[in-house]
Design a binder for this molecule. Structure first.
Ligand code: TTP
Ligand code: MN
Ligand code: MN
Ligand code: MN
Length: 337
């Protein structure tokens, strides 16, 4: 196939936010899965630049609109450099990637992977626990030096590991919306964001933005909602509330899942929506583009001219944000890089 037959967006941009990335790739699926394993290894080894290189390559392949026919073709894709190119070459020639086979047998890697799924645990804590000789979640629970967040994360490990279906999320959203509107009035805008908004089938948590029309209300909302949901038994534990909070244990009747509640004033709503819909990589590229090409700063609390002092730019919808940045609209379900 000739290059010109490809949508030019796949070849000519350094910025991922210009390229629609679907949730599930249509092509090159096996290769993508193997590269995701390697990304995980790099992450658990704390090789940050390599993690990013893998994320970019994976995102490029997820967006790529046909099966790769050769290694040379892969190398033409922006986001696939020499190093990962060589890995792809091996895969193309042998149908497998030896390093992936090796790590599947590696006990240390499996355990770091297990630990790092606990809330708030990254490579550092996971490695420290491994070096202390811990091999199971039960071992970690006995560590005398756990902070509150780690304690909750380990105690709820099994529940928090289970992914929620879209229906589960919708059920939580229904309860949440009813309670918030009862408490704060019906002019509140309550919007599910995160992976759910990007179309994910299985969700680690429920992310939601609440926006109240009265700007001054913003600082009181979180406390009043959390208190109400706690009283009613919907909230059992608080990971983070400005600061990690003591555990308020209420015996759970069903499964416990994590909710991230984001409060945004109306003037922050549009950028909060962009920021908390993600994906992280999509956001990173949007912010990079804003700063490097437009001299603007994009944050969850607003869009600004990068002047001193910063000058806030009014935005009332997500579309405004894209338009002002000069980035063609990308539907949330195509922000899955
Ligand atoms: P997450 O809930 O961590 O991720 P997710 O919803 O994409 O996937 P999962 O199913 O695993 O929950 O975060 C939601 C979005 O919020 C994420 O895409 C980027 C943004 N975000 C921030 O900007 N800053 C933060 O500190 C966090 C935690 C998230
Ligand atoms: Mn989420
Ligand atoms: Mn997550
Ligand atoms: Mn979240």
């Amino acid at each position: 196939l000739e290059e010109k037959e490809l949508d030019p967006r796949f070849l000519n941009t350094r910025y991922l936010c210009f390229r629609p990335t679907p949730l599930y790739p249509k092509f090159n699926k096996e290769l993508i899965e193997l590269l995701e394993e390697l990304e995980k290894v790099r992450r658990l080894n704390n090789e940050q630049p390599n993690v990013l290189a893998y994320r970019r390559a994976i995102a490029a392949l997820k967006a790529y609109p046909r099966e790769l026919e050769s290694y040379q073709e892969a190398r033409k894709i922006i986001g696939i450099g020499a190093k990962i190119g060589r890995v792809i070459k091996t895969y193309m020639e042998t149908g497998t990637i030896p390093e992936v086979e090796e790590i599947k047998q590696d006990e240390k890697f499996q355990i770091l992977d297990l630990f790092s799924h606990s809330f708030g645990v990254g490579y550092k804590t996971a490695t420290a626990w491994y070096l202390k000789g811990y091999r199971t979640i039960e071992d970690c629970k006995k560590d005398p030096k756990l902070n509150n967040m780690q304690k909750i994360g380990l105690e709820l490990y099994d529940d928090l590991q289970k992914k929620m279906s879209r229906k589960d999320v919708e059920e939580i959203f229904g309860i949440f919306e009813r309670e918030v509107k009862d408490a704060l009035g019906h002019e509140c805008i309550i919007t599910p964001v995160g992976g759910y908004r990007r179309g994910k089938e299985f969700n680690g948590d429920f992310d939601v933005i609440i926006s109240h029309p009265v700007e001054e209300m913003t600082k009181y909302i979180l406390k009043s909602i959390v208190e109400r949901l706690k009283e009613k038994g919907f909230i059992t534990d608080i990971f983070w509330y400005g600061e990690p909070s003591a555990k308020d244990k209420i015996p759970p009747s069903t499964m416990i899942k994590r909710i991230d509640i984001i409060i945004a004033s109306r003037s922050q709503y549009a950028t909060a929506l962009v920021g908390w819909t993600g994906s992280r990589l999509f956001l990173r590229s949007l912010k990079d583009y804003a700063r490097k090409e437009k001299e603007m700063i994009l944050a969850s609390h607003g869009l600004f001219h990068n002047t001193f002092p910063r000058q806030k730019i009014d935005t009332s919808t997500e579309e405004d944000v894209f338009k002002i940045l000069g980035v063609p609209w990308v539907d949330p379900t195509f922000r899955n890089c």
